[in-house]
Each structure stands twice: as structure tokens, then as C-alpha cells.
Design a protein around this ligand. Sequence first.
Ligand code: PGA
Length: 252
Amino acid sequence: MRKPMLAGNWKMNKTRDEAIEFTLATTKNLPCECKVDCVVCAPAIILRDLVKRAEGTNLHIGAQNMCEFESGAYTGEISPVMLKDTQVEYVILGHSERRAYYNETNEHINAKVKKALEFELKPIICVGEVLEEREANKTNEVLKTQTVAALEGVEITNPEDVIVAYEPVWAIGTGKSASAQIAEEACGYIRSVIAELYSKELADKVRILYGGSVKPANIKEYMAQPNVDGGLVGGAALKADSFVELCQACAE
Ligand code: PGA
């Protein structure tokens, strides 16, 4: 059985004080680690503070991006060495906002996935179609291309430590969530692509999350789907009470 995961993606939100307030309000109320992995992916500048405050709780900390190089002349970038040094566990890679606004390609994302695993950081790899692709019936084609490219030449030793998030771009931050059926179909399809690349046995251990306007009111519909193992949540993960509610729904 795959352990559910609820990962919050704070994007470019929260100061250090706000983040600390969030940890104080959430850590004591999160469900048991045995039932769900609760993760917050925060801006790089506050990661160290969060890691310290989350120690010994079921709040796990992740970054939102990472450079594919270890060091050097890459102004403004954060390397896997630096992330490892802050003791974060997870890193979101290939989020659609990175792909769209910062020109991240499948090749960049593939290089980042390899580096993350080399440094024992657990990647949360985002894939998903834009509206025009869905309307042109190209969803599966896009999901296959992005998944295959992200995992090209990637050796997976611990399938539990590689997470894929299906995030239809048209559902992100729009309030227009995908139906549970759409999420299930896409997550099931991604799992079949992973099975083709590796094996069914491995694919059955990889967690696949749904992301795109997930909130306490709809999380249970997604969690009822056999191929949806949790959520990657933006807006609704910013408030402590709704983050706790989302995590509890994943633990049921
Ligand atoms: P949203 O964002 O929950 O605000 O739609 C999801 C994401 O971008 O990961």
C-alpha cells in the first residue's frame, strides 16, 4: 500500500515570521506519520528555519526548485548541495510555473531529477497539460512525453522516494479543479507509463498526486480514487487550519 502524501506548495508566499506561525499552528495537529506524509515546500530563504521547527514532527520540508548544477557561476540559483545542507527532504521539480515563466525544459527537469536523487532529495516531479492540449485530446501524449523525459536514464532504487504530481495547468490557481474522474484517469495513465519504463511492481510503489485547486471541500473525492495518492496544493495549503484539514483527509 502506498502511503498518502499531502504536499503544500507555498510558491512565493510567506515571510519567515508567517512561516514560523504556520508551524506553531500545525505541527501539533497533524495526523500520525504512519498514515500520511505531510510536506510543505517553502521559499528557499526560510527552509532552514522551517526544518529546525519541524524537527520531530510529521511536518516535512521541501524546496520548490533546484539548480541541476552543484556549484559555480549560476547567479541566483540554489544547488542540491545547498538544499542538502539545509536538511530538506523534498524538492518540487518541473512545476508548470517554472516551465512557463522560466523556460524550464524537459531536459532541465531530467537533469534536476538525476541530481536530486544523487543528493538523496526526494523529487516531486510535476507533469500536466495546458487547456488547448486537453481540448485537442492530447493529454496522454503530453503526460507521456513529460514523464518519459523527466525519468530518462533515471535509476530508481527507492520508488517510495520518487513522487509524480499530475497538475493540469488549467486547474492551477484557477479555482477550476479537474473532476475526480479526470484526475484518476491521468494518474492511472502516468502509472502505466512508469510501469512501461520500469516495471509494474515499481510503478505500484510510486506515489502519484493530483494538484490543481485542491481544497478541504474536494480532497476526499480525489483520495477515493485508486490511483490518486494525495495532493499537491497551492492556495489551500497557505492557511494552517486548511492545511491540517487536508492532511487529515488524506489520513482517513
Ligand atoms: P493551487 O496550486 O492549489 O493553488 O491550484 C497547485 C500547484 O500549483 O501546485
